[in-house]
Every structure is written in structure tokens, then in C-alpha cells.
Design a binder for this molecule. Sequence first.
Ligand code: UGA
Length: 443
Amino acid sequence: MKVTVFGTGYVGLVQGAVLADVGHQVLCVDVDAAKVAALQAGQIPIHEPGLDKLVTSNHANGRLRFTTDAAQGVAHSEVIFLAVGTPPDEDGSADLQYVLAVARTIAQHMDGPRIVINKSTVPVGTADKVRAVIAEGLAARGASHGFDVVSNPEFLKEGAAVADCQRPDRIIIGTSNPASEARLRELYAPFNRNHDKIVVMDVKSAELTKYAANAMLATKISFMNEIANLAERLGANVEAVRRGIGSDPRIGYHFIYPGVGYGGSCFPKDVKALVRTAEEIGFDPLLLNAVEARNEAQRNVLFERISAFYDGQLQGKTIALWGLAFKPNTDDMREAPSRNLLESLWAAGARVQAYDPVAMQEAQRIYGQRNDLVLAADPEACLQGADCLAIVTEWQIFRAPDFGQLAQSLRDRMVFDGRNLYDPALVAGYGLGYVSIGRQPVP
Ligand code: UGA
């Protein structure tokens, strides 16, 4: 099948490459000429396991192509994915300018029927807006081609994007049009072989499903972070509580790890956007507001603990920081809790020596050259001359450090762990002070 994908960001590029890999003829369109040129030269703009190979091999065999030519994109296929960005507006609602611009472009160049598939995360009602924009564009040209707008949200996780896209838990198809449904079933047949993962529903429910999934996951995290705060103050151990409640299959072990708050390009943005959607229709989203508020507070917890240890006197201190990415296996620092910590430490007059396996270039891009930020060559170099260590990303490489060396390198022999990576008794055995999330210090 021929497929066009507008937008070569995370979602569009991964989806395009995965569809090409099963045999579809995919044309990816992006307005960013430099990005398109880089992709044509085999340079992948994001760090995502397996993506390099998938893009280069399918580009080489001609099934995955890239262009800036929107007209060619619209002409290429009857099936057009919208996978352009929906960044948050100042008020937290999703900015639809890119989605609607592509809709206008489609209307301008359509020469026959089209199925427009929304993959970007967009508020409930967006399919209707896209439909209206295309209808208006067609009317302006005096054209009357048939088209449908389908919601088909993406559920991939960064760092596991290719695998998630190749083996989805579910494929949501939001349409009331049987012909569109049939076409999407055909498109996704290679991913739907062992058991039926396709769930068909009306377009608004599909749009809401995406937000509901992310908001539910964000709620689990904020809930657990709240319990961690309680545990800490009540003399309990949140890790024991986590295991205790996770064993109930109605609760489950997934996504109940306390930490420094959720980050990334999805949860913070989507929870805020759902709050805005609710407010727009005059509904007060009590729970979602609390999820968001807990997360904002949680992002400061590690800084507060460090600051408390130094009695608020951080001027001239050097903090070693392990982890910059918002989670392991990605170089993404969007809404990363590391940024709150970095910025608070700098504001308090501290220097930071940071190490991250892949996100250091990204940190450099965001913050540029600064005297109070040193990017270290490896985790050990990061410790040299530091007063204490803070950990915000649970990369594998941080899981079993040489604690003896930590004790020697860190002037104040303190570790502030925002991801509960270590057994407190083990760390204490090396003469290190250890502050983690929702657990008691070892006396
Ligand atoms: C998330 C969802 O997991 C995907 O299903 C969804 O498709 C995607 O958003 C999206 O909307 O595009 P992602 O943002 O890549 O994926 O990251 P997650 O792995 O879900 O982690 C999000 C944040 O939650 C991270 O900051 C992570 O550290 C934090 N987290 C996760 C916790 O603090 N505790 C947990 O138990 C789990």
C-alpha cells in the first residue's frame, strides 16, 4: 500500500519506517529542508534504539522516501498520516497550527479521495476541525473529492518506540466510516496477526482514549509520589509499599515507581491539555489538577533535600549529576526533571558536573557554554572534585557503581538518589550518606 506521512518527528518517522519495513511504500514529508536532507543522507535526528537501521535499510530499498514537497506527498497516496507536532500553547492547550496547516495543504492538492489519519496527539474535536478545514479548502477550489478524517492515536514510548510501533498493545481506529475502517485494517494487517488488537470506535472517543491513557499513567505516578512523601514523613518505606500494593493484580507493578516526577514530551503536555479541554467546556478537572500539582512539587524534591543538607548554603558547592535525559534510552530533555534541578542549583550558586550516556549534546544545545556546567567524560570523571552526587535518570550504567570510589571522591560523602536505585543499607556500609525518595535514612 502507498502511504504518506506528514511530519518526521518521533511519531511520524518511527511510524513511516515501521510501515515501510513491512512492505508499504512510504513517503515522508517535512517542511524542514535540513532535516529532510539529513534523513536522505541516512542521518537520524533522534536517538532511538533500532531506528537507524530501520530507516537506512528501507531508504536504501526505496520503500521509505523523504521530501519537502507537500504536493508530491498528497499525490503519492490515498492514505495520509498527520504526525506533525502539537506543542502546548501558553495556556497549556495543544497548538493545532501545524495540523491545520497540513489540512489546508491536503485540500489544496487533493486530486481524488483521501483518508486523513490523525496520529498526532490532538484534543477531542480536532478531527472535526481538520474535516472543516479540508472541506473549506476544497470548496474554495470548487473541488468535491470525498475524504474522511480518522483518529488513530500513537502509544509508543520513547526509547522503545520502534518495538512499541512494531508490536502495539492496541490499534485504535476512530471512524464511523466502514470504508476507512477497511482501509486501515488492511494497512495494519501485518501488525495484527496473532490476536485482534484493533479497537474501532467513533472519532471523538479515539481522541479521548489517547489523553485518558496518558493521564491515567501520569495519575499512577503522581499517586505513588504522594505516597512516597507520606512514607518518608511517617517512618515507612515506599519501596515496601510499592511491592505490597503492586501484588494486587487490580493495581499491578507497572508505573508505580516513585521518583522525581514525570517528564518528557507527553505526560506533562497531555495532562495540561486535558485540563484545558475540561475547563473550556466548564468542567472542573479536580483530579487532573491534583496530578499536575503533585508532579510540579515532586520535580523540586531532590533540590529541596540537597538544599536542606547544606542549610540553604549552596554557593560554591559542586554537585555531580548522573542523568540528564527525562528517562533512560533517550537523549530527550523535554520537561526533564534534571532541568529543574540544574536550574535550581545554579540559581542557588552551585556548579554542576553532569554525565549522561547520550543526552550531553542536548544539554549543550539547551544551555550552551556556562561556567557552572561541566559535562564529564564518564560517570567516574563526573565525581572528581564534587561535594555530593545527585541521580535523576535510572540509566543501567548507574545501577552498580563502585561505592568505595564514590565515598573517596565525594567531599561530603553524600548521594541524593531521585530514582531509588540502591539498597540504603548497602550504601551506608560504605560510609556514604544516602537520601532517596520515600525511604528512611540508615542511622
Ligand atoms: C508516554 C507513554 O508511556 C506512551 O504510552 C505514550 O505513547 C507517549 O507518552 C506519548 O504520548 O507519545 P514516554 O513519554 O516516552 O511515553 O515516557 P514513559 O516511559 O511513559 O515515561 C514518562 C515519565 O514517567 C518519565 O519521566 C518517567 O521517568 C516517569 N515514570 C514512569 C515514573 O516516574 N515512574 C514510573 O513508574 C514510570
